[in-house]
Design a protein around this ligand. Structure first.
Ligand code: AMP
Ligand code: ZN
Ligand code: FE
Ligand code: FE
Length: 293
């Protein structure tokens, strides 16, 4: 069943397979009427995305980003919605993160050579295209070179956090990223909480993040079961966090892939986010009818 809202998607400007235009066309076809483009550590796709969204009078686009952070033993992704994506200092900071991603990807390519699984930097660059480079681009080069059969296998054998070719990124804490997002007037949401790698789980961290200014938590996500959703929803409610979610669509396939609109995001929390945006005077950063109510 198609739902109307999706607050987590990726395009070619990070590690998604579709251009912002292709992504919005697919989302609209799937019945999505309010969507956020949330590329990894980059906002450069938003300008095309707003142009594409303008072709659909019944479609609202919320400017967004997904930022990677590190904590002891794990990785935490934070979504930012309703950000002032054109802010100069913000874009400069994102430029630094992209530089750091480049250096880190080159090191991972070196590691793969040492491991006897060579891929060329040119192919990684090709898969990364115009946007921020990430591990999925290296995974695609590994598949192309025939070292692995799938992107998932590339992660399982080489690129996961504990894999032999893994190299760390520039480290930012979740608190720093929450502050960066708040600094451009956006709302920070903890992404896919169950994907957090640390053995103790994310719950001990959640109180800290809530006090640091977190607004929401992803509750509706990919293959989360009804029980997962119910448990996450209770946790979000207890901490006063808005229960958001989305497909995290990348278009790279795999068993967990869901298309935009496949995640049954209920509208009540979405309305809460929109009300909050309205009360902070940032609703107009979204383009489309729902933002104009
Ligand atoms: P990076 O931004 O370079 O650290 O890469 C992170 C991205 O890799 C995530 O956003 C996912 O899209 C992808 N990813 C992480 N783990 C896996 C996995 N096990 N299988 C496939 N893709 C993954
Ligand atoms: Zn990704
Ligand atoms: Fe993520
Ligand atoms: Fe994502």
């Amino acid at each position: 069943m198609a739902s109307r809202a999706d607050f987590h998607t990726h395009s070619t400007f990070s590690d998604g397979r579709l251009t912002p235009t292709g992504l919005i066309d697919l989302a609209h076809r799937n019945g999505v009427r309010i969507m956020s483009l949330t590329d990894h550590d980059i906002v450069d796709g938003l300008s095309e995305a707003f142009q594409a969204a303008a072709r659909y009078p019944d479609f609202t686009l919320v400017p967004g980003i997904e930022m990677s952070t590190d904590v002891e033993g794990g990785e935490v992704h934070i979504l930012g919605h309703f950000i002032d994506w054109q802010d100069d200092a913000f874009r400069e900071r994102l430029g630094e993160l992209q530089e750091s991603r480049l250096g880190r990807a080159r090191k991972m390519v070196d590691r793969l050579h040492e491991l006897g699984m060579p891929v060329t930097w040119e192919r990684v660059e090709f898969f990364a295209g115009e946007g921020a480079v990430g591990r999925p681009h290296i995974a695609l080069a590994l598949v192309e070179a025939g070292h692995v059969a799938t992107v998932n296998e590339a992660f399982d054998r080489f690129l996961s956090r504990t894999g032999p070719a893994y190299v760390e990124r520039d480290k930012l804490t979740p608190q720093q990223v929450i502050a960066i997002i708040a600094g451009v007037g956006g709302f920070a949401t903890l992404a896919h909480p169950r994907e957090f790698g640390a053995p103790q789980g994310f719950e001990p961290l959640l109180d800290e993040l809530a006090s640091a200014g977190l607004t929401g938590m992803e509750v509706y996500y990919q293959d989360y079961s009804p029980d997962d959703v119910a448990a996450l929803r209770r946790l979000a409610d207890r901490l006063g966090l808005i229960s958001l979610g989305g497909s995290d669509y990348h278009g790279l396939g795999g068993p967990r892939q869901r298309e935009p609109g496949d995640i049954p995001l209920i509208m009540e929390p979405v309305e809460r986010l929109l009300d909050l945006a309205k009360s902070r005077g940032v609703l107009g950063r979204a383009k489309g009818p729902a933002a104009l109510r």
